[in-house]
Structures are given as C-alpha cells and as structure tokens.
Write a protein that binds this ligand. Structure first.
Ligand SMILES: NC(=O)c1ccc[n+]([C@@H]2O[C@H](COP(=O)([O-])OP(=O)(O)OC[C@H]3O[C@@H](n4cnc5c(N)ncnc54)[C@H](O)[C@@H]3O)[C@@H](O)[C@H]2O)c1
Ligand SMILES: *[C@@H]1O[C@H](CO)[C@@H](O)[C@H](O)[C@H]1NC(C)=O
Length: 227
C-alpha cells in the first residue's frame, strides 16, 4: 500500500525515503516554522516597542512625587523592583503580597534607600474579594487616597496541556485573570469619584505569543491584555 510519496512496510509504518520530496519538506519544516515565528514576533513586538518609545519621547515628564502607589506582588521580582522605582520617584508605597516576610523586606529596603518615603506592607491574597476589601480599608487608614494601582501579582508556571492538576488551572485563572476584576472593582469606584488615578495591569509578551506548555498562562495573560 502506498500513500502519496511514502511507502509503508509490512507493519504499517511509513518508510521514509530521504530522496523523496515529502521527507525534504519535513526537514525544512521546523526551521521554517522558527523563521515564521520570528517574523510574526517582530511584526507584533517591534511595532509595539516602537510605539511605546515614541510615546515616551513625546510625553511630557510628570512628577510622581507624593503619589500613593499600591503594588501587588511587591515581595519579589518585578513587583519588588517597581516598589523601589516608585519610591525613588518620591511615591508612597503600599506593598501587597501573601509573602509577608518578603513584603516587610521590601518596605525596610525602601526606608533604608529612600529616607522620608512612606511605605507599608500588607498581607492580601488577591484571589480573595474578602481580603481585597480588608486591604482597601487598611490602605485608606494609612494613606488618604490611592493614586496608582499596579496589579502585578501573578504566577508564571508552565503545564503540559494534557497533564495538569485541577487546582493548577483554578489557581492560574483565579490569580492571573480573575483577581484583576476583583481588585479593580474594589479600587476603581473611588478613582472615578475623585476623577483621578491610574490602573496598571501587568500582562506579558506571552499575552500575544505562546510557547509550548504555556497555553494556560497565555490564555490568562491574553485575558488581561484583552481590549
Ligand atoms: N518572569 C517573567 O519572565 C515575566 C514576564 C512577563 C510578565 N511577567 C508577569 O510579571 C508579574 C510578576 O512576575 P515575577 O516574575 O516578578 O513573579 P515572582 O514570582 O517573582 O513574584 C510574584 C509575587 O506575587 C506574589 N503572589 C503570588 N500569589 C499571590 C496572591 N495570591 N496574592 C498576592 N500576591 C501573590 C508572590 O508571593 C511573589 O512575591 C506576573 O504577573 C507575571 O505574569 C513575568
Ligand atoms: C512540555 O511538558 C512536557 C511534559 O512535562 C515535557 O516533556 C516537554 O519537554 C515540555 N516542553 C517544553 C518545550 O518545555
């Protein structure tokens, strides 16, 4: 029996003949796919980069001194660095995390590096609307208003699409996607009332471009980027 250009042996397996066209196509398929992915990435990524560079160049520089900034996931990684950056610009910092030790360390480091800057740490699991409610009360107690909310807490974990735990899926969706809506619902009304405030949602390059085993992560981050 023969199918197209290949022949099958007595066990039904395809016998690959390196001289035939189909095999040669298989050999260039992967590199070709890689090149196409690079082209796709540059079509999406570089224009975005270019646009934000232009925006940055023409933007009037505004002082953030005295603004209150809440950063979720401030105990580690990007969130921690964002806390330092905002503190260096003279902002008051509300550092939010489930990692209390890490949050406290961020706050201590801010006070050492930027004397005079006000900073507090808060325990809050951003998957819980109840904890978000309490967080809001505590932030109102310590600072009058919140000017900038940076929702950065997230989980960057890969999973094989045909083998993952239910609780992994639930956590990814609750943390990386649902928490955005819970926290905005809590903090946005006051910003609207004051007609002042900014919300920054941390998405990812993976919002638009997925890698193997990152389908779930990409789906959540695509949701965050969604417009
Ligand atoms: N690491 C990357 O390569 C990368 C790339 C693009 C985007 N991002 C995004 O940037 C953000 C930060 O990533 P990172 O690499 O700094 O992560 P990280 O793991 O270093 O820090 C995440 C922080 O969030 C906290 N956190 C986790 N679950 C929480 C919860 N339920 N409630 C409150 N806080 C919680 C953790 O304790 C940790 O301190 C994420 O949203 C991530 O998706 C990361
Ligand atoms: C995806 O996950 C599977 C199963 O854990 C693993 O065998 C495979 O190497 C992973 N692929 C990549 C590109 O990480």
């Amino acid at each position: 029996m023969s199918i197209h250009n290949g022949n099958t042996n007595e066990n039904g397996y395809l016998v690959i003949d390196p001289t035939n066209e189909r095999y040669r196509y298989q050999k260039i398929k992967e590199p070709l796919k890689f090149i196409l992915q690079c082209v796709y990435l540059s079509l999406v990524f570089f224009p975005l980069l270019f646009l934000s560079a232009i925006k940055t160049l023409i933007a009037r520089e505004r002082s953030l001194k005295g603004q209150t900034v809440l950063v979720t996931g401030g105990a580690h990684g990007l969130g921690k660095e964002l806390c330092f950056k905002f503190a260096s610009l003279g902002c008051s910092i509300a550092c939010v995390d489930i990692n209390d030790k890490g949050s406290r360390e961020t706050v201590i480091a801010i006070k050492e590096r930027y004397p005079g800057v006000e900073a507090h740490s808060y325990h809050c699991d951003v998957r819980s609307k109840h904890e978000i409610r309490i967080l809001h009360e505590h932030v109102k107690r310590d600072f009058q208003h919140l000017d900038i909310l940076v929702h950065n807490a997230g989980d960057v974990t890969s999973a094989y699409l045909i083998d993952f735990e239910d609780k992994f899926l639930d956590n990814m969706i609750d943390l990386n996607l649902k928490s955005h809506f819970l926290i905005y619902r809590e903090f946005l009304p006051e910003m609207i009332k004051r007609n002042k405030g900014h919300i920054v949602a941390i998405a990812s390059l993976a919002s638009v471009y997925s890698e193997m085993n990152f389908s779930i992560y990409t789906a959540t981050k695509h949701g965050v980027l969604g417009r």
